[in-house]
Design a protein around this ligand. Structure first.
Ligand SMILES: [Zn+2]
Length: 119
């Protein structure tokens, strides 16, 4: 499926929504995509470009002597998730969850270790 290029709705069409999933979150006006309806993430929990995650992976790989093929498998897994291409409606937490899962799966590292490399 081709990724939606996302085009935000006009200012007058914005909708009131909570800023994050947290219960005490403030509501504010959000843009949404006029093609697919995805709501733009405007919380502090920003999504990051793929380069950020591959950098983190490189640092982890150096410290734990991961092999090239382990790294390749992790990157391939990340690339199969839209949340790394499609930053519009994605939060950093969603990406981190996928990242941690992929490294646990292929490298067997503990979540707490992986977590300490993600800032
Ligand atoms: Zn869209």
């Amino acid at each position: 499926m081709a990724l939606c290029l996302h085009e935000s709705c006009g200012i007058e069409d914005r909708v009131w929504l909570p800023e994050s999933c947290s219960l005490k979150s403030d509501v504010s006006l959000h843009h949404w995509c006029i093609h697919c309806g995805v709501v733009k993430n405007i919380s502090d929990d920003r999504s990051k470009k793929m380069g950020y995650w591959t950098n983190v992976l490189s640092r982890i790989a150096k410290c734990f002597s991961l092999t090239q093929s382990q790294k390749r498998l992790v990157v391939k897994e990340l690339e199969s998730h839209e949340c790394f291409d499609d930053l519009y409606g994605t939060t950093g937490s969603v990406q981190k969850e996928v990242f941690v899962k992929a490294i646990r799966k292929y490298c067997g590292l503990h979540e707490i270790i992986i977590d300490s490399y993600v800032h």
